[in-house]
Design a protein around this ligand. Structure first.
Ligand code: FHN
Length: 463
């Protein structure tokens, strides 16, 4: 009996130890971002839903990013009275209700295993799919969205389920984007650019009846590795009941020890609370966000100027292969991850230009992944070397150069043992050290000697 009591007491004690997180930011923010995510560096974002049917986004005049290029906002921009969207909708769809696109969202060529193959080849380590964007259409048969989901309307398929299975089988971590707001749901409390709905719930009711059950489904049914909320800006996190959800996620859910979350849990949260911080199209134009950030962070962006597929974009709207790699390197050298988006077509294919860019990143990572995965930013990196980035792993430094020419570069690097080219160990690199200052000349490669298409990496081994 005594033994039994002791065992029981131990179980109770262990359980109380495990309920480690209280439903307060103070406690929740203490949970470290899981190491697997910090090491991964490169993920794929997928924006896919009924907006892929019109696949229409504004085209920016100079090819540069502008928020109103987002094709996934098709319905939202119409509600906001944005002329190009209204004109397009009138001309080609005769002002039919947006919801009709859900029936046309057939996904007939969607093969999640094919997607997984592509993402693996791209060198990505994790994938985040929009389980539900601001239009409210769910990619899984959610009881809270019984008529407006991919099984009930459109493809007749549990897209989230197929996605998770294929990514898991391919060894990729996977998870879900989830929009807390729905711009046309009459139950949603926010005033969506018009009159409030007579059916609107309070934010607390909305969260208890819709968001929290759905967020729990994603964690429990699909065992998501990542929960990536968005559309949080209408309300404070206390009204979204975010702390309660996260305490449950971290203490009780099936994925409590490994799940990764972002910082979009309420209008008070970005850059302050939750898991990793997020930025969106901020590296565009040389913005220095993320520099020196001590907290894990992730930049997300499209390869072009939209997340949802925008079929009127042309190659000038897309980053070149080299720029895609530079964007990744730029993030990683500042200690961040890159979540690079693809927008599949309504029938489930990933547009060729996006495949091309992902495959180019993969070829580069095949040779140079050592400088990226599980690396960290080098805090003492010299500033002001245009097109040159540094990462660090153990005692090694990696110099990644997008700069043209072979001008010698000098900087304090400590006790250098050797300088070699990743993927081309036989290429001779000219280098010397004086008083701890390394002077290295990026090699001028002979024809066929360069191990990658651009941006060769110099590995600086130190004692
Ligand atoms: O409004 C959305 C947008 O459509 C897209 O999903 C991005 C991805 O980070 N998040 C929102 C804007 O921050």
């Amino acid at each position: 009996m005594k033994k039994l009591m002791t065992a029981l007491a131990l179980v109770v004690f262990a359980t109380s130890l495990r309920a480690a997180y209280e439903a307060k930011w103070e406690s929740i923010d203490k949970r470290p971002v899981p190491q697997w995510w910090k090491d991964a560096k490169f993920g794929i974002f997928i924006h896919w839903g009924p907006y892929a049917v019109p696949a229409f986004g504004n085209i920016s005049k100079d090819g540069k990013f502008a928020w109103d290029c987002y094709a996934e906002w098709y319905q939202g921009f119409m509600l906001k009275g944005k002329k190009p969207y209204l004109d397009h909708h009138e001309k080609f769809y005769h002002n039919a209700p947006y919801g009709n696109f859900a029936a046309e969202f057939k996904a007939e060529h969607f093969d999640a295993a094919d997607w997984a193959k592509l993402f693996k080849k791209a060198g990505a380590k994790y994938v985040v799919l929009t389980s539900k964007h601001h239009d409210g259409y769910a990619l899984w048969p959610s009881p809270e969205s019984p008529y407006y989901n991919s099984v009930a309307m459109g493809s007749g398929r549990d897209i989230a389920g197929e996605f998770c299975k294929a990514m898991r089988e391919a060894g990729l971590k996977r998870g879900f984007y989830y929009s807390m707001l729905e711009y046309a749901n009459p139950l949603y409390p926010g005033i969506r650019d018009g009159n409030p709905s007579p059916f609107a719930l309070t934010p607390e009711e909305w969260n208890k009846r819709v968001n929290l059950p759905q967020l729990k489904e994603l964690a429990e049914i699909y065992e998501a590795d990542i929960i990536w909320p968005d559309g949080e800006w209408d309300y404070h996190s206390s009204r979204h009941c975010s702390e309660e959800y996260l305490a449950w996620l971290y203490n009780e859910s099936k994925v409590k020890d490994t799940v990764v979350v972002n910082d979009r849990w309420g209008k008070d949260c970005r850059g302050r609370h939750g898991g990793h911080y997020t930025t969106e199209y901020v590296l565009e134009g040389g913005d220095k966000s993320g520099d020196g950030a001590e907290h894990p962070w992730e930049e997300c962006r499209g390869i072009g100027n939209s997340f949802g597929y925008s079929r009127f974009e042309t190659p000038k709207d897309y980053m070149s292969r080299e720029r895609c790699v530079e964007t990744l390197v730029n993030c990683v050298s500042r200690g961040g991850n890159l979540l690079l988006n693809v927008g599949p077509t309504a029938d489930g294919r990933i547009p060729a230009i996006m495949q091309d860019r992902l495959l180019a990143i993969g070829r580069w990572l095949d040779v140079n992944g050592e400088a990226i995965y599980a690396s960290s930013s080098w805090k003492k990196a010299p500033k002001g070397l245009a097109g040159i980035y540094f990462t660090q792993k153990g005692s090694n430094l990696y110099l990644i150069s997008f700069a043209a020419g072979s001008k010698p570069i000098s900087f304090a690097a400590g006790d250098v043992k050797a300088v070699t080219v990743l993927g081309a160990p036989s290429v001779n690199v000219k280098w010397s050290v004086k008083d701890g200052v390394l002077t290295v000349t990026p090699p001028a490669f002979a024809n066929g000697e360069m191990p990658c298409e651009f941006a060769p990496v110099l590995k600086i081994s130190r004692k």
